[in-house]
Design a protein around this ligand. Structure first.
Ligand SMILES: Cc1cc2nc3c(=O)[nH]c(=O)nc-3n(C[C@H](O)[C@H](O)[C@H](O)COP(=O)(O)OP(=O)(O)OC[C@H]3O[C@@H](n4cnc5c(N)ncnc54)[C@H](O)[C@@H]3O)c2cc1C
Length: 548
C-alpha cells in the first residue's frame, strides 16, 4: 500500500471516500471490487476514531427481535458473515449469557422462543465459513450452571440463563485495515493523514476536493465524479454545500471501560443496569439497559454507558469522574466484581447518533445506519453516511455501490493485484514465528517474510515478551502506512489497545522507528508522549506497581 498524493491529485477518480473508519473502508472496498476507480483518505490514521472504540461485538441481531425488526437482523447477519470471510483470523464466535428471571420478557419461555427465531432467521450465518468459526445455536442453561459462571447473582426467581452466540472482532482496527488493504488489492488508492477541507463543483462537472497532506503540509486537489462522506461524527460539518441546510444531528457520548480483572470466564455476560430505560421504538420493552461484560485478550471490556455529551470528536479524552461513575454502576449491578478505579486499564469512547425524540435522561441511539444523497443541489453526487453500528457497515457499502451502479455504470473491472508470494508453502522453518504472524496478520503474514529474510541482524525480535519482530515493524511502515508510534501501538499491532505497554517497549519501538523514519530525539519523545496521553486519566500499570 503506497501513499502517493501526487498520483491521487493527478488522477480522475470515480469515487473518493472521505473517512477511513469501518464505513469508509467497507465502501472503498466494495466500490473498488465493483470496478470503480476509487480512493480513500483519512485525516488521521485509518480507524483512529469511533471504529476503534467499539465493544467489538459483531451482532447477529438477537436484540432486534424486541423491535420485531427482521430486516435489520438479516442485514447484521450477512454483513457479519462478510467480515468473518474477509478476516477469519480477526474474529471468533462469542458465547453470550443472560440470566433469566421470573416470567414474561425476562423469563425462560420467551427467551426459548427468541433463541429459536434468532437461529432460524440466521439459518445461513455459517455459509462458507471455516468450521472453527461456525456460530452454534442458542440454548438455555440451568440455574446451577448460570451460578457457576456468575457467582453471587441474586437467586430469587432465577430460572437459569439463555446462551446465544455473537462474534467478537478481536482487533477492530486491523479489520478496518483489512478492508482498506483489500480495496488497494483491487486497484484503489489509500492515504492516511490527508484531510478533506472543501469541495467545489468544477466547470468539468467533476468535484474538486481540497485536501491537506498532514505529513508534507501541502494542499492539493482531488478530482472525482462521486464523493462519499464517511467522516463519522463530523459528517455534517464537512463537505456540505454552503446552500444546503443541514439538520443538526444530536450525539451521545458512548463509553466502555476495560478492566484488568477477568470478571467472568468464557462468556460475555449481559446484566441489567440499575436505572430504568425506555426504548421508545421497541414493541417488547425490557425496561432496563443491558451492560455487557466481554472477555477479551485476558481483560474484560464492559459497556456501554451513554451521556448526552457535546464533546468534539477530535478530542475525545474523558474525565476521571465518568470512569468513577461507571465503576460505581458496575459494582451496583454486580457487587462481586469489586471493581476499583485502579483496575481500569483503558477506555473506549465515541460519539453515536442520538434519537431525536428521546430526552437526555433516557438516551436512545438511532437504530439504522443511513446515507443521504444531496438531491436537487450542485452536490447530487455527494453521499453522506451516518453510521450507527460497526457490524452493518458492509450492508451500507452494498447499498452505496448499488446507488453508484444506477448513476454511473462501471466501465472498468476491479483488477486484483495481490502479490503472488501470498500463496504456496510457508518457507520459514519456525512454527512459533509462523503461528504468531498468522494469528495477527492472517494470510498477509507472508508479506512479512521478505522483511524477515532481509534482516541483517541475527536477533529477529524487537521485543520477545511483546512478541514483536523487527520485520513486522519494517513491514508495517513500508506496506501498511504506519507513520507514528501510535499507529503501530494502537492500530497495526494492538500492543496498546487493552493497556499501556511497558515503558521499555515504547522506548525500544520508538528508537527502532526513528532509525527507519529519521526521527530526532525531540520527535521520539513527542511520539512516546502522544501514546501515553491516550491512557489519561487512568492509572497506568507501571505507576500502579511503583506505588505498591
Ligand atoms: C463505546 C462504543 C461501543 C460500540 N460498540 C459497538 C459494538 O459492539 N458493535 C457494533 O457493531 N458497533 C458498536 N459501536 C458503533 C460503531 O463503533 C460505530 O457505529 C462505527 O464505528 C462508526 O464508524 P464510522 O466509519 O462511521 O466512523 P469513524 O470510525 O468515526 O470514522 C470516521 C473517520 O473519518 C475521518 N474524518 C473525519 N473528517 C475527515 C476529513 N475532513 N477528511 C478526512 N477524514 C476525515 C476520521 O478521522 C475518522 O477516522 C460502538 C460505538 C461506541 C462509541
Amino acid at each position: 500500500m503506497i501513499r502517493d498524493i501526487k498520483k491521487l491529485s493527478a488522477d480522475i477518480l470515480d469515487v473518493l471516500v472521505v473517512g477511513g473508519g469501518i464505513h469508509g473502508a467497507t465502501i472503498a472496498c466494495h466500490a473498488a471490487k465493483a470496478g470503480y476507480h476509487t480512493a480513500i483518505i483519512d485525516k488521521n490514521d485509518f480507524c483512529s476514531a469511533t471504529s476503534a472504540n467499539s465493544l467489538k461485538i459483531l451482532h447477529g441481531g438477537l436484540r432486534y427481535l424486541q423491535h420485531l425488526n427482521i430486516k435489520r437482523m438479516r442485514h447484521s447477519i450477512t454483513a457479519r458473515r462478510e467480515m468473518m470471510q474477509l478476516a477469519p483470523h480477526l474474529v471468533e464466535p462469542l458465547p453470550c449469557l443472560m440470566p433469566l428471571y421470573g416470567k414474561g420478557l425476562r423469563g425462560k419461555k420467551v427467551m426459548q422462543g427468541a433463541l429459536f427465531l434468532n437461529d432460524s432467521i440466521g439459518w445461513d450465518r455459517n455459509l462458507d465459513l471455516p468450521a472453527a468459526l461456525h456460530i452454534p445455536r442458542g440454548h438455555i442453561i440451568s440455574k446451577q450452571k448460570c451460578l457457576e459462571v456468575i457467582s453471587g447473582l441474586p437467586t430469587e426467581e432465577l430460572h437459569g440463563a439463555s446462551v446465544w452466540y455473537d462474534v467478537l472482532a478481536v482487533n477492530t482496527e486491523r479489520l478496518v485495515l483489512e478492508y482498506i488493504l483489500e480495496s488497494v488489492n483491487h486497484g484503489a488508492q489509500a492515504a492516511n493523514y490527508v484531510e478533506a477541507t472543501a469541495i467545489e463543483k468544477g466547470a468539468d462537472d467533476l468535484y474538486h476536493v481540497t485536501v491537506v497532506d498532514k505529513i508534507s503540509h501541502q494542499t492539493s486537489h482531488i478530482k472525482t465524479r462521486f464523493v462519499v462522506n464517511a467522516s463519522g461524527p463530523l459528517f455534517e460539518d464537512h463537505l456540505h454545500s454552503p446552500r444546503q441546510s443541514v439538520s443538526k444531528q444530536k450525539w451521545a457520548l458512548a463509553l466502555n471501560i476495560v478492566s484488568r480483572k477477568k470478571i467472568f470466564a468464557d462468556y460475555a455476560v449481559a446484566l441489567e443496569g440499575q436505572s430504568s430505560y425506555e426504548d421508545k421504538d421497541a414493541l417488547l420493552k425490557r425496561g432496563k439497559r443491558l451492560y455487557f461484560f466481554v472477555p477479551w485478550r485476558g481483560y474484560t471490556m464492559i459497556g456501554t454507558d451513554y451521556e448526552a455529551g457535546s464533546i468534539h470528536p477530535d478530542c475525545l479524552q474523558i474525565k476521571s469522574d465518568m470512569i468513577h461513575k461507571m465503576v460505581a454502576e458496575i459494582n451496583a449491578i454486580y457487587p462481586p466484581a469489586r471493581l476499583t478505579y485502579e483496575d481500569i486499564s483503558f477506555y473506549h469512547v465515541g460519539l453515536l447518533p442520538r434519537h431525536d425524540k428521546a430526552d437526555e435522561s433516557n438516551i436512545q441511539l438511532e437504530k439504522n445506519s443511513t446515507f443521504c444523497e444531496h438531491k436537487g443541489s450542485h452536490f447530487s453526487r455527494l453521499l453522506s453516511v451516518k453510521g450507527v453500528k460497526y457490524t452493518t457497515a458492509p450492508h451500507i457499502a452494498n447499498q452505496i455501490v448499488g446507488f453508484l451502479k444506477k448513476q454511473w455504470p462501471v466501465t472498468s473491472r476491479g483488477k486484483q493485484s495481490e502479490a503472488s508470494f501470498l500463496n504456496g508453502p510457508w518457507p520459514v522453518n519456525d512454527t512459533v514465528v509462523q503461528a504468531m504472524l498468522e494469528e495477527k496478520y492472517g494470510r498477509r503474514a507472508r508479506h512479512i517474510l521478505q522483511f524477515l529474510h532481509s534482516e541483517q541482524d541475527d536477533e529477529i525480535w524487537l521485543d520477545k515478551d511483546a512478541q514483536l519482530l523487527k520485520a513486522e515493524v519494517h513491514y508495517l511502515i513500508s506496506d501498511e502506512m504506519a507513520w507514528t508510534l501510535s499507529d503501530i501501538v494502537f492500530r497495526r499491532t494492538g500492543l496498546g489497545t487493552a493497556e499501556c505497554p511497558e515503558w521499555t517497549l515504547l522506548v525500544k519501538l520508538s528508537e527502532f522507528m526513528a532509525q527507519i523514519l529519521g526521527w530526532d530525539e525531540a520527535r521520539k519523545e513527542a511520539e512516546r508522549e502522544e501514546v501515553l496521553r491516550r491512557y489519561l486519566p487512568l492509572v497506568r500499570k507501571e505507576a500502579k506497581q511503583n506505588k505498591c
